[in-house]
Design a protein around this ligand. Sequence first.
Ligand SMILES: Cc1ncc(C[n+]2csc(CCOP(=O)(O)OP(=O)(O)O)c2C)c(N)n1
Length: 648
Amino acid sequence: MTPLHLAQLRSPQELQGRSPEELEALCAEIRNALLEKVFNTGGHLGSNLGVIELTVALHYTFDFLRDKLVFDVSHQCYPHKMLTGRYEGFPSLRQTDGMSGFACRKESPYDVLTAGHAGTAISFAAGLATGMKGSAPEGEEDPWAVALVGDAGFGAGVSFEGLNQAAYNHNRMLVILNDNEWSIARSVGALARYLSRIRSSRTLHRTYEKLRSLAHSLPIVGSRMEEVGEVIRHVLIPGHVFEELGVNYIGPLDGHDIAGTIDALERAKRIPGVTLLHFLTEKGKGYAPAGDDPERAHGISPPSKVPAPKVVEEAASEEAPRRSFTQIFGEAVCAAAERDQRIHAITAAMPSGTGLSAFAEKFPERFHDTGITEQHAVALAGGMATVGKRPVVAIYSSFLQRGYDQVFQEVALQEEDVIFCLDRAGLVGQDGPTHMGLYDMAYLRPFPGMILASPRDGADLERMLQAGVEVGGPWALRWPRGTTPDEIGAPTSLRPVMEPGTAELLRAGDCGAVFALGAMVEIALDAAAKLQRATGLEVAVYDARFCKPIDRDAILGAAAQYGWVATVEEHASSGGFGSAVAECLADASTTHPRTASCRISRHAVPDRFIDHMTTRDEQLAVCGMDAASLAKSWADSLSLSKQESLRQ
Ligand SMILES: Cc1ncc(C[n+]2csc(CCOP(=O)(O)OP(=O)(O)O)c2C)c(N)n1
């Protein structure tokens, strides 16, 4: 047999017949390769370093062209990519036109689910197992469905919904629980506590087994001991909760012991029904800085590029300093909580990603990390608001999709005072389509009473948060992954009151009006300046501020005055702000005849999934939403408008 080397490995079939020593050497190569490659590109390092042995053992034991392997979230699939012929793609990981940082159906037949959201692997695997039942030719066994899920993803409600049904149906299925005790932050919740009890009861379990065999050898104690044993079993046996539900439990096992892991997988394959294999692993194994704080290694950024040349540095130093929206929110919510004792902050497993780390430290009694449980986080907020608290739910736009029905029933329908703060509401660069926050306005706008707003800068983020607290009712504020100056345009003291349904005029014009929302305001102002320089045409630029209610007077006024209106939003083209403006113009067409012939130029993310790219700016350009593309589009559209009105 030829020596096993990662760089030459073309298919996981080449693992067959290899000794544990050879597999261990391969794991070491994968670990080194991950450290080297992910440092250059950035990506999910800690989770991947922890599943190397598990992944090699899985590919050794199963044929995943026939059996099916589903990764929960799939941020831990890098070793799987290396084993399935994609080692050479690593220099382009998460870059434009490069390899995805998640499992991706388009990339490989070994990737069963294009995933990025947590908690669904067990359900999806249950679906595969149900669908594959009876699919094997006569005399052969059906393929296996295997779900690999982290301890935090396992705690998501949907994981239990999947397990519930799979156990009931005796699906031919394995659940590989990769328990490293960490989500992005430390895993929270009663389940995490239970898993940690299992970890620490390993020695007790061995003692129980010894006691049991000893009791059987004593004829007098005999059957009484069986009863006592049953009670002790419930206290000592790891995983008995799962066993009671009809899920076979094997563990806890050392997930870095490759021979032991293969042995356990082989054993599990001989047991009918659903088996949960509980592996203990170390997040960030082999990466010293992960040390006591694996959160630091969960995801790492690429090294900063070569320092900017001096001339650029000087030019940049004249520009207003920028901070991320996340950081500004983190400070604003702390300031709001100082002022108002009713404010509580809720996150679904994303304290640092949403900017709540400082809040958690300052107000531990008013901070609630619910784990990966978006549905619960939203319903929790509804309950807290009902008894007089002012919950601020900080969540990524795409993950709020999980809590949609709770936004409807537990918050909107009850007209509760809950403020949703949606981070990553827009294009997200390297994470790709699973993480894009492009649908929130479309899915929240239909709910009566919902107020939707988006700040253009740091000052307005603070003012919107405060307005949400003062006005009450359900609010959703949205901002993208990106930075902003503290102030764009007028200083805070000169800005109009942050009243729902009011836009702010930022630039006067004479041939058309642009209504931009959130971070797109800065780009729209830039585009208007470019248009003026290139053509002499002056368009007015409004910061729309609210998507719901929209500023009907300003929009209809502009439509009547110029006959040309443009909208700019970092959101899908259907259902968002541009749609709201188009609906407003359509609805007014019978009552406001002067607006009936207004042209509308909508700029939003086109109706297709946008791939991951190195930067959000590139994605904006691909969507025609960078300043140069907007200016060009407006120049074309305004000149067409002019020609047509001359002809009439
Ligand atoms: C629905 C949803 N909420 C939040 C996230 C953000 N997120 C990505 S990975 C992760 C932690 C996952 O922890 P775990 O399942 O234990 O896997 P590990 O990273 O430890 O391997 C979180 C919260 C997500 N991907 N999906």
